[in-house]
Design a protein around this ligand. Structure first.
Ligand SMILES: NC(=O)c1ccc[n+]([C@@H]2O[C@H](COP(=O)([O-])OP(=O)(O)OC[C@H]3O[C@@H](n4cnc5c(N)ncnc54)[C@H](OP(=O)(O)O)[C@@H]3O)[C@@H](O)[C@H]2O)c1
Length: 253
């Protein structure tokens, strides 16, 4: 039975976002997932949620296209109205992202701008466009990365944008306090997804090197993260605010 809460998970068709969407649906939250290009995969994720008694819908979003974000917010509004007869939602999970290994001396301005738009400017202005559609007492969870604490060569652009998201999150928690919206960061470590051409999943040497440097003795899987995000959207987590929660199994301690 639905609890009448609604979550938006950007990049919810695969990887970490899919696990978040499935866990949120399991706690009876209606879910809007977004995809950029993989519409069929998004529809399959919606079907997986609905086949197990949940309720979900999928919308296209290119978060790096800043000019499209106001139109996306209108699409969210219309879709929520149509599917759930709702005008507002409760949880925003800014998860969508891209990865690449780009050594500092080879980085181009185009790559920098692409990462900035997807990982920082897009998240900033998408949140600005969506907050008016959020219920008071909602939650925002921004997905960062362990690489803001430790250094992974080739991630200077990516990790810098994630650091910006962490600072942004604390400001959001302060500025949205009138609406009592809690804002937290989840910072995963290396997870076996398609991210950065499945760099972790498809690379046994990288996997064993990371496992050897992780207290839990392995690399992460999407299921390690989805439940954490769902917990942060639960009533029990309401007193957690403006925190960076690292979920890496204890890597490079
Ligand atoms: N995997 C890791 O090791 C790891 C570690 C720390 C943090 N993270 C962070 O966790 C988040 C999810 O990563 P993941 O591993 O699940 O990645 P993933 O498996 O590669 O999935 C990326 C997701 O983001 C969407 N996306 C990509 N570009 C987009 C754009 N321009 N606009 C809107 N959506 C876009 C994709 O949609 P389509 O499928 O339609 O393209 C897909 O749903 C990212 O923010 C990433 O930085 C990942």
């Amino acid at each position: 039975m639905a609890n009448n809460k609604i979550a938006i998970v950007t990049g919810g068709n695969r990887g970490l976002g899919k696990s978040m969407a499935l866990h949120l649906a399991k706690q009876n939250t209606n879910v809007v997932i977004t995809y950029n290009t993989n519409e069929a995969e998004a529809n399959a994720t919606v079907a997986e949620i609905e086949n197990t008694g949940g309720s979900a819908l999928a919308l296209q979003l290119n978060i790096g296209n800043i000019a499209s974000l106001a139109t996306f917010a209108q699409a969210v509004s219309a879709a929520m109205q149509q599917k759930w007869n709702a005008t507002h939602f409760d949880f925003l999970i800014n998860n969508a992202g891209i990865g690449a290994t780009i050594p500092f001396m080879q980085a181009t301005e185009e790559q920098f701008d692409n990462f900035m738009n997807v990982h920082f400017k897009g998240v900033y202005f998408l949140t600005q466009k969506l907050v008016p559609l959020m219920n008071d007492g909602g939650r925002i969870i921004n997905i960062s990365s362990g690489t803001t604490r430790f250094c992974n060569p080739g991630y200077s652009i990516y990790a810098s944008m994630k650091s910006a998201i962490e600072t942004f999150s604390r400001y959001l928690a302060k500025e949205l306090s009138e609406k009592r919206i809690a804002v937290n960061v989840v910072a995963p470590g290396a997870i076996e997804t398609d991210f950065n051409n499945a760099f972790v999943r498809n690379n046994p040497q990288v996997k064993s090197m990371i496992a050897a440097n992780t207290a839990m003795g392995r690399t992460g899987v999407p299921e390690d993260i989805g439940g954490i995000v769902a917990f942060l959207c639960s009533p029990e987590a309401g007193w957690i605010n403006a925190q960076r929660i690292e979920a890496t199994g204890g890597v490079w301690l």
